[in-house]
Design a binder for this molecule. Sequence first.
Ligand code: MN
Ligand code: MN
Length: 305
Amino acid sequence: MAAFVIGHMNPDTDSIVAAIAAADLYAKRGFDVVAAAQGAPTPETEFVLKKFGLTAPQVIDDVAGKDLYLVDFSDLAQAPKGMDSATVLGIVDHHKLGDVTTSSPLEAWIWPVGCTGTVLKNMYDFYGVELPKGIAGALLCAILSDTVIFKSPTCTEADKKAVEALAKIAGVDDVMALGMEMFKVKSAVEGAAMSDLVFRDYKDFDMNGNKVGIGQLEVVDLSILEPVKAGLQEEIAKVKSEGRHSVFLLLTDIMKEGSEMLIVSDDPSVVEKAFGVKAEGSSVWLPGVMSRKKQVVPNFEKAFK
Ligand code: MN
Ligand code: MN
């Protein structure tokens, strides 16, 4: 039985591309694996897969009894159903260590870098496995996506170095132009359902016993979101009513380098505790805040203590 290589819930480009790349690498090392995903690709990921001639991984929602390699996460809250009886054989990730545990030793590559794609590039090098051109291009895009074209505070020298090497393999001459093209696709919200937008890049967290949802939409100009803001606010109120303490939605302007955060919470004072700014009504502008992982989650975790 082939093991699944799978990324987190509501998969982003990194989760999808890392599953494809890790499955390629594990297979070439002789492991019986298949790439999987907990959902269909977003428009951004579709753009990347199409551009580099790759197929989306099969979608699965239950991993009971399966062998698994996790990519881009190690939190049970972001895992599929059936984790209790699944066996985790490996993790490739760049987040804080989550609460997944194993009964036997595993191969774990968890680096404090901007993207799983960067870790994978280094794994190919470590194992001396040749990187296919298409996968190199897709990994490059995953890094540009996760690091917001190097602007996110999560971006490291290792990410920049990986992009340089991947661009050579993929034959990409203008990395910045490719990044902007991708973010323009990501910015398109016309015709999308409000719930699709809220869950496009959304994660639930356990914060001191409180269920807290944090979503993020990254656009090249916040004015793009003006027509849908009221609808988004209504949608996160609905998501909160399903048993959450708070739901926050970050509307990130990648050019202005900051985020407007839409807020619905049992205790809105956590926002002031976390960021030192008082919310006006149901939203707040957070200058310089680009990264949920590095700037938003840790601040809220402290505020909820
Ligand atoms: Mn991710
Ligand atoms: Mn990632």
